[in-house]
Design a protein. Structure first.
Length: 400
């Protein structure tokens, strides 16, 4: 398949298409996994591209050209199924699945509606003229100095498949074989998978869901152990990802703290009101962490809004509850500072209050289990950055 970008020239060792074909195969495997019965499993590469033992063995091809009479995708696939160690009779179906369309002149076009004898006849019509000519050329005694005529690569492949000694095995293949042409490309398949299977998933997380599912299929653990995927293992992974990324989640969504941390610029946030309220109690060393927590809250809220999980009244209620709790806690802490006039001592008491409040267990946000403490602390810093109309609602860490 030609994926060369405009203005770019592919190098001879560019393996992009190889990895794209592998991803295509993994996605086909994922679709097969959805159809596994509880007692079934799927194998990759061990018996062919994608295999469900006792049910179906599928060879997967990502190609852009036409599937013609002599195309290697057809003949190589049949050859693989003729291998003496391949237990073809244990399968109900043998499938050649390809993105190719049938060529306009190919005799293979009626393959799926033909019976085994008719399929054999199709193959004989394809190979008859070419192999006959090649045989006749081989039988001619060459003149001295002439090279002995040889079969072309395509003819050799066809001769191998059609050899009389393999006829019984070939008939076993033809009884089970079907060709699925014009199957969707990798990009189309990804879109179709999202439409068909990811309706319960938040839109912004659909891509991440697919990436993690494909990562599971291609995980070193599975590959090392023989690349076998059981119904149970696949179901467990689906359940895990659905629980994590569903539109109305029960658990607080995961946050990429490492990436967010890289975007924190202390000098940029230092002039902001929430940062100044920390600095005024001598907490400048805590600014970077505070900025990170504020970013965690803002990012999470933005994502949940975008996915339709969160609504303004829900956020307002959470903010209001935390503002009220903070104010009561601050008023109590200020009582403990009565009579203190030393600014250093007031700063110390304020920092103790700041750290105590930041270390409290987090109240569930919108009922989400395992709400992160970092998120709740980010809510504090969001509140500290606001300028409410009522002076009594201003958020402070200082205890004076």
């Amino acid at each position: 398949m030609d994926t060369t970008q405009s203005g770019d020239a592919r190098l001879p060792f560019d393996a992009t298409l190889l990895f794209k074909a592998l991803q295509f195969q993994m996605l086909v495997a994922v679709e097969y996994c959805h159809d596994l019965d509880p007692n079934e499993c799927l194998w990759l590469e061990v018996m062919g591209d994608v295999t469900v033992p006792g049910k179906v063995q599928t060879e997967v091809k990502l190609y852009s050209d036409s599937l013609t009479d002599s195309h290697a995708n057809f003949w190589n696939t049949v050859k693989n199924w003729l291998h003496e160690k391949f237990d073809r009779t244990s399968f109900k179906s043998l499938v050649l699945l390809t993105t190719q369309e049938f060529g306009s002149q190919t005799l293979l076009n009626g393959w799926n509606t033909a019976n085994a004898a008719q399929r054999l006849s199709i193959m004989e019509k394809i190979t008859g003229p070419a192999l006959t000519v090649a045989d006749e050329q081989a039988e001619v005694e060459p003149d001295v100095g002439d090279a002995v005529p040889k079969f072309s690569k395509s003819q050799s492949l066809q001769q191998h498949v059609m050899a009389p000694e393999r006829r019984d095995a070939l008939m076993e293949v033809l009884e089970r074989m079907r060709i699925t042409t014009g199957t969707e490309s990798l990009e189309q398949r990804l879109r179709t998978y999202e439409t068909r299977h990811l309706k319960p998933i938040r839109p912004s997380k659909c891509q991440q869901f697919i990436y993690e599912l494909l990562g599971f299929i291609y995980s070193p653990e599975l590959v090392i152990e023989g690349w076998k995927i059981t119904h149970q293992a696949f179901t467990d992974k689906l359940s895990e990802l659905t629980h994590r990324y569903m539109k109305h989640p029960m658990t607080f969504p995961p946050v990429d703290m490492a990436t967010l941390k890289k975007s924190v610029d202390v000098e940029e946030i230092r002039p902001m009101p929430f940062a100044q309220k920390i600095v005024e109690i001598g907490g400048g060393q805590h600014l970077k962490r505070a900025a990170l927590h504020r970013l965690v809250a803002q990012t999470t809220i933005s994502d949940l809004y975008k996915d339709g999980v969160l609504f303004k009244h829900m956020l307002n209620t959470y903010l209001s509850n935390h503002l009220a709790q903070h104010q009561f806690g601050r008023e109590r802490a200020m009582l403990g500072c009565s009579g203190i006039t030393c600014q250093t001592q007031l700063d110390t008491q304020s920092m103790m209050f700041f750290l105590d409040r930041n270390g409290l267990p987090a109240e569930p946000f919108c009922g989400l289990e395992h709400t992160m403490i970092e998120f709740r602390n980010g809510i504090y810093h969001m509140l500290a950055g606001e300028q409410p109309e009522d002076e009594d609602d201003v958020f402070h860490w200082r205890l004076w």
